[in-house]
Write a protein that binds this ligand. Structure first.
Ligand SMILES: [Zn+2]
Ligand SMILES: [Zn+2]
Length: 374
């Protein structure tokens, strides 16, 4: 791990552990809430797809008429892709198949980060790597319809505009063009930056004759029916059947549900622990304050004897002199380290500092107690 990574990791760990893990607890809680929201969205989508009728293409018009005619109806239809009657199609470069949608992608692939010492793990790369990929895409499509796969009668026009869902495209062309290395790439390798190793050239199409399911809003369009995407659903055109879509969504919902349970439990545990630690600290502080009070009273009691101490100054052995003033007898022990190195007055001066530390071992001082010889 490089020094830069170590700093990042340490900063993340410190942030997570801040306030006895309360920050981590709140973060986990926020994640649990976000997962729960996703679960609600997914189960809502599942309910809508389950409720949408699956209709054969020739029956679509009756279905619309049943629902009052002009209102769009959410329905699922399965059919074969065809260009519109008398319409055109696309012949993609690099393939003999005819299609109605062609998507060309060029992606720049970067090598994994690997400095001269062979490090393969880079936290920064995890965060910033995605920025390095460049994608150039051309997207072409012609109007197309779905026809009933059984008897080839009836058709549903597909309205692709505004659809954000992924399309069931087939990969027909796929080429990796290596990028030649130059002295500059060598330099980049040494300083540990990613450098382009290849250009990925891809052509994906929606071929004529492919059987797909369309789930979306159906409404009458001229002599036929038009189906358009429902923005709330994760599917529009898909290779999956309606049952498979439901199965996929219900397994996704199940995963999200259990993730929420696990994250929620973790968050409650972490926050509970943080609260407990906080409460303990408050208790400790209160105890320390009480001990301080007792110490102060006891020193008040002995101020009268203080002169005795000074008088006996001559008789005190070196090992018993206060390490600060070097005049009085050691009387105050620091808790928790237990060092008896200061007289009461000096101990009080030490204790009043912003961060009281034992002058002997530099440990934190929580409170002091007065020691009596007899
Ligand atoms: Zn002293
Ligand atoms: Zn000490």
């Amino acid at each position: 791990m490089s020094a830069r990574d170590r700093e990042t990791a340490v900063a993340l760990a410190r942030l997570a552990a801040a306030l006895d893990g309360a920050v981590l607890g709140l973060g986990t809680g926020a994640l649990a809430v976000a997962t729960w929201m996703k679960y609600l969205v997914t189960s809502g989508q599942l309910r809508r797809i389950a409720a949408a009728p699956a209709a054969a293409i020739p029956d679509l018009r009756y279905l619309l008429a049943e629902h009052g005619g002009d209102q769009p109806v959410l329905a699922a239809v399965r059919g074969q892709v065809r260009p519109v009657p008398l319409g055109t199609y696309i012949r993609p470069p690099g393939s003999r198949e005819l299609c109605v949608v062609a998507q060309h992608t060029q992606m720049c692939l970067f090598n994994e980060w690997r400095g001269i010492f062979g490090w393969t793990f880079d936290l920064h790369a995890l965060f910033f790597k995605s920025l390095k990929e460049q994608i150039i895409t051309s997207f072409r499509w012609v109007p197309f319809v779905l026809v009933d796969p059984e008897n080839m009668t009836g058709m549903a026009r597909v309205k692709l505009d505004g659809a954000t869902q992924p399309l069931p495209l087939t990969n027909v062309y796929h080429k990796l063009i290596p990028v030649e290395s130059t002295p500059y790439t060598l330099f980049q390798t040494i300083i540990g930056n990613g450098y382009p190793i290849a250009l990925l050239d891809e052509e994906k199409i929606l071929p004529v004759g492919k059987e797909i399911t369309a789930i979306g809003y159906c409404q009458p369009h001229k002599a036929s029916v038009e189906i358009s995407s429902c923005p709330d659903l994760p599917f529009f055109l898909s290779e999956l059947t309606k049952d498979e879509m439901e199965a996929e969504l219900s397994s996704r919902a199940r995963t999200l549900f259990w993730a929420t349970v696990v994250l929620g439990t973790m968050s409650i545990g972490l926050l509970g622990f943080a609260t407990y630690r906080r409460w303990q600290k408050i208790k400790e502080r209160r105890e320390a304050r009480q001990a301080q009070e007792v110490f102060r009273q006891s020193t008040d009691d002995v101020t009268d004897q203080a002169s005795d101490d000074e008088e006996e100054g001559g008789e005190i052995g070196d090992g018993q002199l206060c390490v600060i003033c070097l005049r009085k007898r050691r009387r105050a022990a620091f808790i928790p380290c237990g060092h008896l190195v200061c007289c009461c007055k000096c101990a009080m001066i030490v204790e009043r500092q912003f961060e009281p530390l034992c002058p002997m071992c530099r440990q934190d001082i929580r409170y002091m107690i007065r020691i009596y010889d007899n």
